[in-house]
Design a protein around this ligand. Structure first.
Ligand SMILES: [Zn+2]
Length: 275
């Protein structure tokens, strides 16, 4: 491969790793001496490629597990719990692997407090979070959520129950990533998605392309409503984004629950909270 093409390829990978996982591009730079060592020692291309990827992953995981959580508090952010021994968990571990689970301590307190209150009714309860913020630097957006750039924003999965026995299913959503399977408007309900798309905001329901094999789960309206009510009652929370038809279906009255506008994406697959 000629040198110009190699540099272009490197820049594309650097850019993609940076927008997807923030420190990914930096780790790629840190791994350059390792790559050149591998280049000198091994001649088979396949061996070099495998060792390069392994080298990148080892540095990335060491940085993510040991270094990033220690540095993030300097930027006023803490990681949300990553593992399955808490009432607050990621819906998918990928959120944590990609370092997309950092928030301001005040927002962590809100989520912990809500989980504690909900666990008084049911000790097994799990609040499943989705994308939060990156660990570093205000103004650095968490692609594709442009507003998740200051540690003050967090998306959460709704609660779901089994279609068969109607029992709540904790830690799971219809979509394995939490986005893209909508609880759409029913006949007679206000249809903001249709209005936004008719106005030309084609991106409004793009999340549907993220999921091709949804689980057959039913929205647990009572639990979802209970969680949102605790959030709106918390004085630290300023705004909650939820699709208007769900706000009225769940009979939620708080003025903190706003319509996010047609420039955003649908919020009937998850709920967004912010300080
Ligand atoms: Zn959000």
């Amino acid at each position: 491969m000629n040198i110009a093409l190699r540099i272009l390829l490197f820049l594309i990978v650097f850019f993609l790793l940076t927008i997807l996982m923030q420190i990914g591009g930096l780790v790629l730079l840190l791994a350059l001496p390792v790559f050149s060592l591998i280049q000198k020692k091994y001649h088979k291309r396949i061996t070099r490629n495998i060792l390069n990827i392994a080298g990148f992953l080892i540095i990335y995981f060491i940085a993510s597990i040991i270094i990033v959580p220690k540095l993030a508090p300097i930027f006023g952010r803490v990681p949300l719990p990553a593992f399955r021994n808490s009432n607050v968990q990621p819906l998918t571990l990928w959120t944590c692997i990609l370092n997309r689970h950092y928030v301001k301590p005040e927002l962590f307190e809100v989520v912990k407090d809500t989980a504690k209150k909900m666990s008084e009714k049911d000790a097994e309860v799990i609040i499943a979070y989705l994308d939060a913020n990156f660990p570093f630097k205000d103004g650095f957006p968490l692609f594709p959520h442009l507003s998740h750039s200051d540690g003050e924003k967090l998306d959460l999965a709704f609660f779901y129950k089994s279609e068969i026995n109607k029992k709540v299913v904790y830690g799971k959503a219809s979509s394995w990533i939490g986005y893209g399977v909508f609880e759409g408007p029913q006949p007679g309900e206000y249809d903001a998605p249709r209005n936004c798309i008719a106005k030309g905001y084609w991106q409004y329901d793009m999340a549907k392309y993220l999921v091709w094999n949804p689980r057959r789960l039913e929205l647990d309206e009572d639990k979802t409503k209970e969680m949102i009510r605790y959030f709106t009652a918390n004085k630290s929370i300023n705004k909650v984004f939820l699709e208007p038809h769900l706000k009225s279906r769940l009979n939620l009255k708080s003025e903190k629950i706003r319509f996010h506008g047609c420039r955003a994406v649908r919020h009937d697959d998850h709920v967004h909270i912010q300080l």
